[in-house]
Structure formats: structure tokens, C-alpha cells
Ligand binder design. Structure first.
Ligand SMILES: [Zn+2]
Ligand SMILES: [Zn+2]
Length: 180
């Protein structure tokens, strides 16, 4: 144990440079020009690079799994929102948190930079799906319908869009770890 300190150490990248510094993660001897100062101490460049990779541990199937979960749950929550009407404003953030936690559980702590935005987008689409029929009908009859009907159709889209946006943003911030 103690002979570590008695024998001179040499930098792993520069065999002729004597050093007292070790990477605090992999214990590799490093010289001052090889060490990178981090908030937790000196680390070798390899470890710093590895640390950055930890933030992107998601597997390819995590993306469709997260999107499917978020889309499906958001789809269901839209029907709940329709039933409770005005109270959907309170439901939306709660639904967002539930969906974000469900996605988190499925991913088992794996993470990726793009996952929050993909999950939020999938939830938005899922929440808009029940309204999609209305939009298609509106577009089909846009030419023939009277302006009044078209306006009524557009107004009927406002609440589902707001709800979908609320749910999606709640998911996004929850997964990003930003407290609102
Ligand atoms: Zn290291
Ligand atoms: Zn070195």
C-alpha cells in the first residue's frame, strides 16, 4: 500500500515525466498537462470523455418505447380531459408527470439528450390524435364549408391543442430535470 508513495510515479502518457497526480476515477498516474480539472478533482482525459458518454446511455429501442408509452398515455389522458372539461388545466401537469415517470421506469435510468424532446413530441401527437379526425374533416370540407363552420371548427381545436401542449411541456421539463 504505502510503497505507492515511495516509488516515483510516471505519467501514463509521458513515461519520462515524474508525477504525484493520479486520476481520481481510474487511479492512473497523470502529469499536470494530462490531468483535467473537474469539480471533483483531477481526472485523465479518457475518464472525462467516458463521463460525458454516461449522459447518453439509451439503447435504440428506448426511443420507440418512450414514444409509444408517452403517446398512448397522452391519448388516454385526452379522453379524461374531455370528461372533466375545465379541470383539464389541473390534470395536464399531473398527466405529464405520470407519463414522464412511466417513461423513466421503462428506461431504467438510461438517458439521452434527445429523449425528453422525443417523448414530449410523442405525447403531443398522442394527445392530438383524438382531434385528428376533426382536423381531417375540417380540411376536407374547408372548400365547401361556410366560414362560420370553419371558425367553429378552429375554435374547437384550441382546447385540445392547449391540453396537448401543457402535457408535452410538463413531460419535457420533468425529464429534463427542470423544476417549474
Ligand atoms: Zn482516469
Ligand atoms: Zn502526461
Amino acid at each position: 500500500m504505502s510503497d505507492n508513495f515511495q516509488q516515483p510515479m510516471y505519467c501514463a502518457n509521458h513515461p519520462q515525466r515524474e508525477t504525484l497526480l493520479r486520476c481520481n476515477r481510474c487511479d492512473k498516474p497523470i502529469c499536470t498537462s494530462c490531468g483535467v480539472r473537474t469539480p471533483t478533482g483531477y481526472r485523465c482525459k479518457e475518464c472525462v470523455r467516458g463521463q460525458q458518454k454516461i449522459f447518453d446511455t439509451a439503447q435504440w429501442w428506448d426511443f420507440p418505447a418512450a414514444a409509444l408509452t408517452a403517446g398512448l398515455l397522452a391519448f388516454v389522458s385526452t379522453y379524461v380531459a374531455r370528461i372533466i372539461g375545465f379541470f383539464m388545466f389541473f390534470l395536464a401537469p399531473v398527466a405529464g408527470i405520470i407519463i414522464a415517470e412511466a417513461v423513466r421506469r421503462i428506461l431504467k435510468k438510461r438517458r439521452s439528450k434527445n429523449l425528453p424532446i422525443i417523448t414530449a413530441a410523442a405525447a403531443f401527437l398522442g394527445a392530438m390524435l383524438p382531434t385528428l379526425g376533426n382536423i381531417i374533416i375540417m380540411l376536407l370540407f374547408a372548400g365547401s364549408a361556410q366560414a362560420v363552420n370553419l371558425l367553429a371548427g378552429l375554435v374547437s381545436l384550441i382546447w385540445p391543442i392547449i391540453f396537448a401542449l401543457l402535457v408535452a411541456s410538463s413531460i419535457y421539463f420533468r425529464l429534463k430535470g427542470i423544476r417549474v
